[in-house]
Ligand binder design. Sequence first.
Ligand code: AMP
Length: 415
Amino acid sequence: MNILVLNCGSSSLKFQIIETDLEIIEKNADVQKAKGLVERIGGQSLVSFQATGRPAMKAAVALRDHRAALDYVIRWIISSESQVPGIHSLADIHAVGHRVVHGAEKFTKSVVIDETVIRGIEDCIELAPLHNPANLKGISAAKDVMGPGVPQVAVFDTGFHSTMPETSYLYAIPYQLYRRHKIRRYGFHGTSHRYVAYRYRQLTGKDVESTNIITLHLGNGCSACAIKGGSSLNTSMGLTPLEGLVMGTRGGDLDPSVIEFLSHKEAMSLNEIDALLNKQSGLLGLSGLTNDMRDLLAEESEHQDRRAKLAVDIFCLRVKKYIGAYLAEMGGADAIVFTGGIGENSAEVRRRICAGLEWLGIDIDVAANDKLYGGKEGEMGKANSRVKLFVIPTNEELLIARDTVRSVRNAPRRW
Ligand code: AMP
């Protein structure tokens, strides 16, 4: 089946076309046929499309909404100009898989989308006011453009973490607030943590039950996950993606009293504080320069910028803290896996995170570490490191495509 994988943001649409099916999954022979991105939907949009192995097509076009953007994408995919193999008409796209950010307690697994599912995703909007509405726009656009006959599947960022026990997901606030409003940790980046755990098993030959690892998704958003017996035991993001690690523009863990204090001292509204914590904090807030790790590392080494160094140091220290916490909670782990733009590419950040953890059995091989960047997958622990260290580039789209096939074919989800 040719699966269109869609990841819709408030003004963006990312897509991939992946050919897969149940027997293809067994053989691990899925084929990525095309990918692309539409940015700045609602104005003069920038598009960048690429059939695998061909030069990218870039253009600026006025696309007023997600429907217009998807219509443009589909017309390109089926055109002869795109050269996407085996796709010449709408009928050659067999299903659509959507990344949906928040599924709350309603959705613990990927599901075929119908009216009830749409209402359920709408009910989760209050928990993800920035993300779920954009995901719903993508679903509605796909129904309009592809027609109601093409099955659509929702794959939730929160789904993988639905196995967390109460001891991980409850906040220590009055219990009735959980009962009444479902205030709890949900966790995000679930598809990424799940994918790298799956790849780890492929690389090591471990089975699901003996997968005891810490996965670190370090990108513009960052989260850590303690995976025990193949399932998410705990994760650093919470009710929303704001909790946990230091991120590009999110501050992560914080004394909640800061909010009240800020509202007095700076006369800020709750909305303004929310925006400050989500959009002006983290690496950007600490450095006063940028949320981009690459630029911070360059500022630090080329100009000895004190605040750039401070931001990177605090970023690495927070990750270290979570590694320690999860090792304690899990009773030790067999491996730590790095992924995401920073985790996959920055040997320097990985080195700083692992530095001084030898006593925990985490012993990085600096030369091996330096070789892992730009999409390379591999190990970077010393031969005698008790905890193995891996870089595994994430591939959420592949899991979304596979879950789409399994859901459409009514096959059980395999890990
Ligand atoms: P993502 O959200 O996964 O795309 O990751 C984005 C983050 O990865 C940004 O902070 C980038 O600066 C960072 N990144 C990408 N390449 C590198 C690199 N070579 N070194 C350090 N950080 C990088």
